[in-house]
Design a binder for this molecule. Sequence first.
Ligand code: ADP
Ligand code: MG
Length: 231
Amino acid sequence: MNQTTKIINQAKEEGRKALLEPEAKTICAEYGISVNKFSLATSEKEAVEQADKIGYPIVLKIVSQDIIHKSDAGGVKVNLKTAAEVEVAYKTILENAKKYKADAKIDGIIVQEMAPQGTEVIVGAVKDPQFGPTVMFGLGGIFVELLKDVNFRVAPLTIVDAKEMITQLKAFPLLNGYRGSEPRDIDALAQILCEVSKLILDNPEIKELDLNPVMAYPKGAKTVDARIILE
Ligand code: ADP
Ligand code: MG
């Protein structure tokens, strides 16, 4: 049995609808979607050991089925440069999580590679009541929330469909060398959209998927946050 099926079955057995970030990223990786290096720590000591292995700078985030939006809970610390900073961040995240939701079940803290700054884009998937599994693409932040500049396509997607979803955004110039910035790797982004399309068609138990953000670079792209909700 593949990892994806194993993870989904385990969540179902435990009565969980939201997959944890490490689980969602393991599934993404199995489908060829590039994710940053990560591991799960359950003590400060482990967190430091894992950070040393991954290499600094490091990002720590809360892993809890009861905390979906990690930043809102003070559960994300980026750009940690030393073991001492990792220790402090570990403690702070746990304290913040308790303040945010006293009875939250904490599974641990994810220790991960800090991805270089890129253009932040969002890849999503939902089940449209009428059309079924549908893939979404947009630029991060205000472009999605305020300007609603996003494109949807019904799965399965061809690479041509995926490229259209990207190039037909109003904000596409921001990905394509606006004001002398280097153009982002559209092929790599289109590839991710196709992989997401396959992932959701293969796994009808998935209700919603969010890769938010994916860092888009002149060469390649990397998913730094992944969320999957089951039916
Ligand atoms: P949430 O969406 O649950 O609040 P994220 O994992 O998306 O939490 O983290 C919040 C923000 O922190 C992201 O939008 C991104 O800008 C930044 N970030 C998170 N993880 C990384 C990482 N590994 N490398 C670089 N930046 C990151
Ligand atoms: Mg996020």
